[in-house]
Design a protein around this ligand. Structure first.
Ligand code: ZN
Length: 426
């Protein structure tokens, strides 16, 4: 899908979303443990699981490199310059021309990225039995994502170019402008963006709903909303997540997880999601993203101006506020975001672990939690222990082996040790 362009555009905005919207757990920080009653359940590692993990990891790094190559090609082959000229013939007003440029640019880069998106988004999930979605449905989802990227991106890009034109220290202007945009995107995502792809509805099972509301009350959440989404039309994999802010905040369960997990496992997973709620992880990740963006944009202005002076003329622009320079801006932001990924993920893993601690302390469902993570690994065909470099670079959650070990062994109540994050009544 055109996500490469959009993701690059909102490259750093995505930083906040990535971890928070991703959905599952966190790595080991020192917490007291008591001896486990039974040995933790183990994941059966199959050759298919190894092969799938290799594909996914390779496609992650190859896809990133390919995205950068697409942007370089658009610059170096004069495509960006030509699209800018074309947009200039449609309208003379700079703001409108920038919007038209963005639409054309998005269509071109989506087409160039399609082969790799097809491999990672369609071919590989089907080859490993993780999706039953037809090609037509998949292509339709891509089309919708591209359209959303155009509609949301166009005014943002045009406004960014206007800021770059008018303000000398434009990195600061973009940063100030990005903060409300990030908050707004997180706020509207659950009600405006997500329903474009799926149907969200209140949990249909009244018994499960009552159990989860009871759990929420003990977790200290009142008025929290839990909804089910029909993800089974796109994937067989399981997930749950919390997103939104304030009035749009809610816990979302994929219908696949409801179908595949037993009651205790579901309660554990929900307790983890509630931990994100209660521990204000969305706000904390947002604050971290805002701080990271400050540094990223400062670096970006320097890099963009340097590259414009050095190669701009050959690429058809001499100033950074020229629409033809947009691919350069995206390339710089994309490279910086990629380099910052390990740091963002380390922070995310910390919060995910905290949510696991919360879930164990709230529910005491050690065995069900460990079983849930075994199911995650076997069902999604991901290795419980990925290569160390892969974990370091791209894991927003602790590895499943780490989570299983933690769940099985963390029982502070056995030794009378205090809880770390959940302090409510039991
Ligand atoms: Zn989580």
């Amino acid at each position: 899908m055109n996500q490469r362009a959009v993701a690059a555009l909102v490259a750093v905005l995505a930083i906040s979303a990535v971890a928070v919207l991703a959905g599952a757990a966190a790595p080991a920080s020192p917490v007291p443990t008591a001896a486990a009653a039974a040995p933790p359940p183990t994941v059966t590692v199959t050759p298919e699981m190894r092969a799938h993990q290799r594909w996914v990891d390779t496609l992650y790094f190859a896809g990133t490199a390919y995205g950068f190559l697409v942007l370089l090609a658009v610059l170096g082959l004069g495509i960006s310059r030509r699209l800018r000229d074309l947009a200039g013939r449609v309208t003379r007003r700079p703001f409108m021309a920038a919007m038209v440029f963005w639409a054309l640019f998005t269509i071109v880069t989506t087409a160039l990225s399609l082969p790799l998106d097809y491999v990672s988004g369609f071919l590989v999930p089907h080859r490993f039995g993780l999706s039953a979605q037809g090609l037509g449905g998949w292509l339709w989802d891509q089309a919708k994502a591209t359209l959303l990227g155009i509609v949301i991106g166009a005014p943002l890009v045009a406004a960014a170019l206007a800021g770059i034109r008018r303000v000398r220290r434009w990195w600061l202007a973009l940063w100030l402008g990005a903060v409300p945009v990030m908050v707004f995107l997180i706020l509207i995502a659950p009600v405006v963006l997500d329903p474009v792809f799926n149907t969200f509805k209140p949990l249909p099972d009244p018994e499960l709903k009552a159990e989860l509301l009871d759990l929420a009350a003990r977790a200290g959440i009142s008025g929290g909303r839990v909804v089910e989404v029909d993800k089974s039309k796109q994937t067989n994999q399981m997930n749950a997540y919390v997103n939104g802010l304030g009035p749009t905040k809610r816990i979302v369960l994929w219908d696949t997880i409801i179908a595949k997990m037993d009651r205790d496992e579901l309660r554990f997973v929900m307790a983890h999601e509630m931990g994100h709620y209660v521990l204000h992880h969305i706000w904390k990740m947002l604050a971290f993203a805002v701080a990271a963006l400050f540094v990223v944009l400062w670096l970006a202005q320097r890099a963009v101006e340097w590259a414009t002076g050095r190669w701009g003329r050959g690429w058809g622009f001499e100033v950074a506020h020229d629409p033809a320079a947009v691919p350069l801006l995206l390339l710089v932001l994309g490279v910086l975001a990629f380099l910052g990924t390990p740091a963002v993920n380390a922070v995310s893993r910390h919060y995910e672990h905290e949510a696991d601690v919360f879930a164990v302390e709230l529910t005491h469902l050690n065995d069900a939690g460990a079983r849930a993570f075994v199911k995650f690994a076997e069902d999604s065909k991901v290795l419980p222990e990925p290569p160390a470099f892969v974990r370091f670079w791209r894991y927003s959650h602790p590895t499943l082996a780490e989570r299983i070990r933690f769940c099985a062994s963390y029982r502070p109540w056995l030794t009378g040790a205090p809880n770390h994050v959940w302090h409510g009544p039991r």
